[in-house]
Ligand binder design. Structure first.
Ligand code: GLC
Length: 571
């Protein structure tokens, strides 16, 4: 595409084409090299069951992932987070680990993992393992030993208690999959605690032997080239030792159980002490920590960075997912809160547990345009983005319609209120061919019918596709000191439709304006840039058919519905 003369842009009425990328080659020098790698990286979550199937058994595998590394590299991905691929009976699709130091045969062998890590590193892609720290599988040898007798040397590796009385669990804690969080083991006559499924007993982190065994897991994977861990359900590591009942709230939850706050089994202060100890171990091996940190408010989230930035480097901000629909004020507020925390943000927009953002934010008619809008925001904010596989194609949720088709235990137990997470875990869409090119066998979940137009091969050929928009955005982000390291400066805090902000580093200022409404909206660039000489500004990327009108002091662009507008402002 032709670079556009910046002067012309601001002195005449000018129609900008539907998708325009300009001036990417940054004349501004390199990014800030003193920053750790993960601040400049774009992460990509791979759900291995669903990404690429190399042996046509209908399930994705490690060789499949390796075969797609070039695709990820070209897309602009710097690190992959692989959801659990350890040996597991798969009651919660790998989040029930039976051996932390191996690979499930359905995904391949440890040697396949070594090849994957080596090939990823060759391409400058780092590898992050999902570390399921809170619980194991009920088939893990540790648990089998623990449950074998009250006197087992591993008894205290899990949380065992007597019931309150006949048929009564030790307290009122509930499993997040429904029902009591306690299950009676008939052999020893005691209950064990499981925040999640019956098949996922919680480890007892108060036992130093458990802590050491888990620290050893990080050392094991360091030897296999692993650059960091996503800590699964890390807020749940500790429980109140007196097992006090949780406060009950009015009403019922989606499983028909009483609502309650998890006051005594979630976010306990000891979690933070533990993270500081873990961080020392992972720091020694140069591994980064990402946290699955569900929190109720920004202060709780802030605590996960640690009092001296000595806990999790990248705690995920799930509060971001609470923003309702396409709301400029909603996102402005949430971004502002994260910025006020003083930490390095990790906004969450999609993952394997939440409805895909394409479906959450789409209006049914302009979904592709809205997907670009969300990407335009997500990839220009300060912080480390984590893309969920297929997000770059505009993959949508494809939920089961009948209970008997549901694979996710959460959906099986919570149907129909809770449909489970199958919808966001459908196979990656590679081609317009059979099964979207994911497998030549029968895919474990049905492919979303929209694959015929939303797939890698098809979208690669269409310059206006969501995929090519992501490629442009990612290329721009990687070359822009302001987008990588710059401050976030909100513009016009009151606009109900347009979310606008500057990203400013010592070297560069970028203006981002995002029209969250379904109608065209005027946007005054002059006001946004506080009088910076407009003659030297240049558009980097826009999806808008944009007229620029100069009237006196006002230099107004008309942002088309759901438009993304990104420009570099040169003082
Ligand atoms: C985390 C995972 C989720 C899993 C749960 C239990 O929340 O993201 O998929 O079901 O932990 O391990």
């Amino acid at each position: 595409m032709m670079p556009m003369s910046s002067g012309r842009f601001f002195t005449s009425r000018l129609v900008v084409s539907a998708l325009l990328m300009l001036c990417f080659a940054s004349p501004l020098g390199a990014q800030d090299k003193s920053q750790p790698w993960w601040r400049h990286a774009v992460f990509y979550e791979i759900y291995p069951r669903s990404f690429a199937d190399s042996n046509n058994d209908g399930l994705g595998d490690l060789r499949g992932i390796t075969s797609k590394l070039d695709y990820l590299h070209t897309l602009g991905v710097d690190a992959i987070w692989i959801s659990p691929c350890y040996p597991s009976p798969q009651f919660d699709f790998g989040y029930d680990v039976a051996d932390y130091e191996n690979i499930d045969p359905m995904y391949g062998k440890l040697a396949d993992f070594d090849v994957l890590a080596r090939e990823a590193h060759k391409r400058g892609i780092r590898v992050i393992m999902d570390f399921v720290v809170n619980h194991t599988s009920h088939q893990h040898p540790w648990f089998l030993e623990s449950k074998s007798s009250r006197n087992s040397p591993r008894r205290d590796w899990y949380i065992w208690r007597d019931g309150k009385g006949p048929g009564q669990p030790p307290n009122n804690w509930e499993s997040s999959f429904g029902g009591s969080a306690w299950t009676l083991d008939p052999t020893t006559g005691q209950y064990y605690y499981h925040y999640f499924e019956v098949q996922q007993p919680d480890l007892n982190w108060r036992n130093p032997a458990v802590e050491e065994a888990m620290f050893d897991v990080t050392r094991f994977w360091h030897k296999h080239g692993v650059d960091g861990f996503r800590l699964d359900a890390v807020d749940l590591l500790y429980e109140d030792p007196d097992l006090k009942d949780n406060p009950v709230l009015p009403g019922k939850n989606e499983f028909g159980d009483p609502k309650m706050t998890n006051k005594y089994n979630d976010n306990l202060p000891q979690v933070h002490d533990e993270l500081q100890r873990l961080r020392k171990v992972t720091d020694a091996n140069g591994q980064v920590l990402i946290g699955e940190t569900w929190t109720d408010n920004i202060d709780e989230l802030k605590a996960y960075y640690g009092p001296h930035q000595d806990e999790i480097q990248l705690p995920m901000d799930f509060l971001f997912t609470t923003v309702d629909k396409r709301s400029a004020p909603g996102f402005r507020k949430q971004i502002g809160l994260a910025e006020s925390s003083g930490g390095w943000p990790v906004f969450v927009i999609s993952n394997h547990d939440i409805v895909r953002s394409y479906t959450r934010y789409g209006d049914g008619q302009n979904n592709d345009q809205i997907a670009k809008l969300m990407a335009g925001m997500y990839l220009t904010l300060r912080g480390t983005p984590i893309l969920y596989y297929g997000e770059e194609l505009g993959m949508e949720n494809h939920d089961p319609v009948r209970k008997e088709d549901v694979k996710d235990p959460l959906g099986q137990q919570g149907w129909p209120e809770q449909k489970g997470r199958d919808g966001e875990r459908t196979p990656m869409q590679w081609t317009s061919g059979a099964n979207a090119g994911f497998t030549q066998g029968t895919p474990w979940l049905p492919v979303d019918p929209a694959y015929s137009t939303h797939n890698v091969a098809f979208e690669s050929k269409d310059t206006d596709s969501i995929l090519n928009f992501y490629r442009l955005l990612l290329a721009m982000r990687h070359r822009s000191p302001a987008l990588l390291d710059g401050d976030y400066i909100p513009v016009d805090q009151d606009d109900p439709n347009i979310l606008a902000y500057l990203r400013r580093s010592g070297k560069e200022t970028i203006l981002v304006a995002l029209n969250f409404s379904s109608s065209s909206q005027p946007f005054d660039i002059g006001q946004a840039t506080h009088g910076v000489s407009r003659a030297k500004s240049s558009v980097l990327l826009t999806t808008s058919s944009t007229d620029v009108t100069v009237k006196g002091d006002k230099h107004t662009i008309l942002l088309s519905p759901y438009a993304v507008f990104i420009a570099r402002i040169t003082p």
